[in-house]
Design a protein around this ligand. Structure first.
Ligand SMILES: Cc1cc2nc3c(=O)[nH]c(=O)nc-3n(C[C@H](O)[C@H](O)[C@H](O)COP(=O)(O)OP(=O)(O)OC[C@H]3O[C@@H](n4cnc5c(N)ncnc54)[C@H](O)[C@@H]3O)c2cc1C
Length: 475
């Protein structure tokens, strides 16, 4: 008999959280700590959403999105999770760029970038300082018309090399382009520049295990393999219940961590929304997706120091279309040493490329497998220059595509970084359409990535708290 993953769930909760990405997990934790009864429903068999990992025969463990995040993650985890989780967040030192315009290593801090831009690229110190100060001062309420491209042209006109140094990692970090509002660049870039790039020692599996333990301790009812099919709304537009696995579970609020457009257009349904809002929601552009190649070396077999993150490109200048092209010429390699999981004897490499869903969506099964194989082979060819003899060292290679991300996280088109900028307003104003319905999850570039998702989870949990009057809560 099929296992009942909803066995003994209650008929009513103060809050139902749909999805266990970092925003959903954090929102659930904050609300449970405030005393609310919280049901967390996740369709996958694992918690974490994009913050995930998988295991393969032979003891290989691959991290999907553990490449780097800003230091702010340490503070957010300490405040909204546990000191133990925060203590595992450690800096990465070796960020590398290898492309036809330059080859360099950096700690990815403001000091080091300033030194490089002055010494290597010959830009006046005052210009560099003014650029960093401008980026640092940017916030959400600033002018949203200036694009990132215009910002660069203002400070570094015609300098595609400097623009590449400044932009390439951010394009990989959140899929943003030169056409996106400059504030989305300024906020994310400054977050990284404050103290460089950080990682979670022990791997994503350890992080999510610790988060799960904390959620359970705080009383969150966690259910995996539970796909929410519908958010039920009353005629006067209040959230009433969620429908999941043949059950109807009523609640005072829903916090959806599912894809923004899916939440609004599929789970709620268009008939419950104002026409203007509906138009805005329909017009929200999804961010792009990713392909990855996962490479595990034989136990105990390693490589010399390659750095931690390597932005490799064969393209002459920085070109977003080239970065997204299926004909890959740009890759980000993450090199994982045994210290990633202390006590392990494994060296692993994950190659990531931004990708367009359309390039992978409609291939026949045969063509899809062939194209994945091609991606694996060309990635190994490219890697040979950094890890000589890599083919002889390899124990496991496989690839994922936008279809993989769509399958596991149910993000439309496998969007890795939520939506473009306009998604933020649509996400924030959802409760004005349906009382008691909130969305938290990768949107608007600023709120994507590990740190953005965690922080957005906190912000929205506080809104949920305001909505739930004490009489509605079973405190
Ligand atoms: C390849 C790749 C590399 C990345 N690298 C980095 C990096 O190095 N640094 C960084 O900071 N960020 C990185 N990111 C981005 C980062 O992982 C995400 O922005 C962040 O984890 C998203 O969190 P989220 O809260 O938006 O939810 P998501 O991770 O999108 O999770 C949403 C959850 O909701 C669940 N769900 C959806 N619909 C339903 C439903 N109807 N019922 C039940 N459950 C549902 C999904 O299964 C999923 O678990 C990367 C992403 C990718 C894809």
């Amino acid at each position: 008999m099929a296992k009942d993953f909803l066995k003994e769930t209650r008929d009513h909760y103060d809050v139902v959280v749909i999805g266990s990405g970092l925003a959903g997990l954090t929102g659930a934790n904050v609300l449970a700590k405030q005393g609310y009864s919280v049901l967390l429903l996740e369709h996958h068999y694992q918690l974490g959403g994009m913050a995930t990992w998988f295991k393969r025969k032979g003891g290989h463990i691959f991290d999907i999105s553990l490449h780097g995040f800003p230091v702010g993650m340490k503070k957010s985890c300490r405040k909204y999770w546990t000191q133990k989780i925060a203590d595992s967040i450690v800096p990465l030192q070796g960020i590398r760029f290898e492309n036809p315009q330059f080859s360099l290593r950096t700690t990815f801090t403001r000091e080091d970038f300033t030194r490089i831009i002055i010494e290597k690229f010959g830009i006046a110190p005052q210009t560099v300082d003014e650029f960093f100060t401008t980026a640092r001062k940017m916030n959400f309420f600033d002018d949203q018309d200036t694009t990132t491209g215009q910002l660069f042209e203002e400070f570094f006109p015609g300098r595609t090399d400097v623009q590449r140094l400044l932009m390439e990692p951010i394009t990989y970090a959140n899929g943003s382009t030169l056409e996106d509002p400059a504030i989305t660049y300024g906020i994310v870039f400054s977050n990284f520049m404050s103290k460089g790039v950080y990682t979670f020692r022990g791997g994503t599996d350890k992080l999510v295990k610790q988060m799960r333990a904390e959620l359970e301790q705080n009383g969150v009812d966690i259910r995996i393999r539970s796909l929410v099919e519908k958010i039920e709304v009353t005629p006067d537009r209040r959230v009433a219940a969620v429908h999941v696995g043949g059950r109807r579970i009523t609640c005072g609020a829903v916090l959806s961590n599912a894809n923004l457009k899916t939440t609004i257009l599929n789970l709620v349904g268009e008939e419950h929304l104002d026409p203007d809002y509906l138009d805005e929601a329909r017009a929200v552009r999804l961010n792009n997706s990713s392909c990855q190649v996962y490479i595990a070396l034989k136990p105990g077999v390693g490589f010399d120091d390659c750095g931690d993150l390597l932005f490799h490109s064969e393209h002459t200048g920085f070109d977003v279309n080239a970065v997204l092209s299926k004909n890959v010429s740009s890759r980000t390699f993450s090199f994982y040493y045994p210290e990633t999981r202390p006590g392990s004897d494994r060296w692993l490499i994950v190659s990531s490329t931004n990708a367009n869903y359309a390039d992978w969506a409609n291939l026949s099964d045969e063509q899809y497998e062939a194209d994945k194989q091609h991606l694996c082979e060309t990635t190994l060819d490219c890697l040979e220059q950094y890890v000589p003899g890599v083919r002889e060292k390899v124990a496991w290679v496989e690839a994922s595509t936008p279809r993989t991300f769509e399958h596991y996280t149910r993000h439309q088109q496998g969007a890795s970084f939520g939506t473009k900028f306009e998604g933020l307003k649509v996400s924030q104003t959802l409760p004005e359409q349906i009382r008691g319905l909130f969305h938290a999850g990768s949107v608007g570039i600023i709120m994507s990535g590990w740190l953005g998702a965690v922080n957005y989870g906190v912000i929205v949990a506080n809104e949920v708290d305001k909505h739930l009057t004490p009489s509605e809560a079973t405190v």
